[in-house]
Design a protein around this ligand. Sequence first.
Ligand code: SAM
Length: 407
Amino acid sequence: HSLLAAAAEATGCAAPQPAWLAQLPRSYSRYGDLALFPEGTLDHPSFAELAASGRLWPTVCGLLKVRRLAVVRRVARDGVRSSRSRLLYTEPGCDPASATVATCVEHGVSLSWDIADCMFSRGNAAERHRLVPLVAAAAADGSESCIVDLFAGIGYFTLPLLARTGIAQVIAIDWNPAALRWLRRNLQNNRIGESRCRVLQGDNRLVAPAGLADRVLLGLVPSSRLSWPAACRCLRPAGGWLHVHENCDSPREATGCNKDHPNADGSDKDSEDASRTDKDLSVRGSSDGAFGGLAITSNCFYKDRAATAAAHAAFLNSPHAPAAELPPPDAADCDEDPLAEAAETPPVCSRSRPHPAWLSMAASMARELRRHMPPGWRVRVARIQFVKWYAPRVAHLVFDVECRPAG
Ligand SMILES: C[S@@+](CC[C@H](N)C(=O)[O-])C[C@H]1O[C@@H](n2cnc3c(N)ncnc32)[C@H](O)[C@@H]1O
């Protein structure tokens, strides 16, 4: 506030008006010489009037020590997540060709994108790099060689994995050509040979390869659910991991775990014990992040192993066939109860007090994913990773799901 109020003063305008005071940004993100203001700020027509003096934006640039100013608009609900960010000002001398280009460097990995046609979420920074040590170790010991990124965008997850691990190949898929142009440029900027990254443009449900992946990344919120069948088909016959992003409604009354949300009202519900029973699961938070001796698994077996293998082969050879088209497994051997394997290793949550809704989502996810897996496979949610509060009481989570043939 004080920054822009000072800027308004510097332009010699009258006292700030309530209408536009309400639209002053409380924060901004800096990417090199670009300051990005949050959505819903600086929209009031008075700002255009103030700017007409020619002094407002240069003053703001001077105060923030940047050369370009832009406002973020909510990512368009057009499937390709196109951004509608609007450039407010560029200082004279800025290259007009790159006026809307932003660059972010994290752990030595540089990601560039055009704020006018691609999205980027600074809040996902930790998640972009979380898998790096796991994948680096698995690539080094030869147990993993291929990752499929179903929603690759500009390379949010693809780039850190290629730049910081020895993984042999990432197959990066997106249906937005603008995002893929930036993905290719980011590969070049980080000196990653295209031989390590196969870039596929198209709907991942149609173009994702079958039977190749050790890991599949499903980085789409609010939900990646429509691509779960494709993700299951991507896995190698030996199985692997799905990293499933989902937004999860996490109502306050259920637990106190969302106390650090900026919009939390600090009521005493925050101190509520997380040990509660919801209709599916008994939950107790513990200091190491594991909870309640509960494994969220779902199994389904054919009695006859050969039939299982044949069904799996057929499944992999018909990449677009829904699992429902396979012969049904023997009902007596089919177990859809997520509590059935309670004695096994429990899933771990990155937070000591996982919200009951997160556990319910994990359980239903395991059940649904199992339905998309070949018969005889076991699906286990091993970890629930909290990424950020996407909106008040809506948690962006990543579920690490291990899928393997049983036995
Ligand atoms: C929201 S962005 C990814 C954000 C990223 N996970 C992050 O952490 O910032 C999602 C990308 O998925 C792409 N996308 C959505 N549905 C798709 C589909 N069915 N097939 C291919 N790409 C898709 C969009 O074009 C977009 O580039």
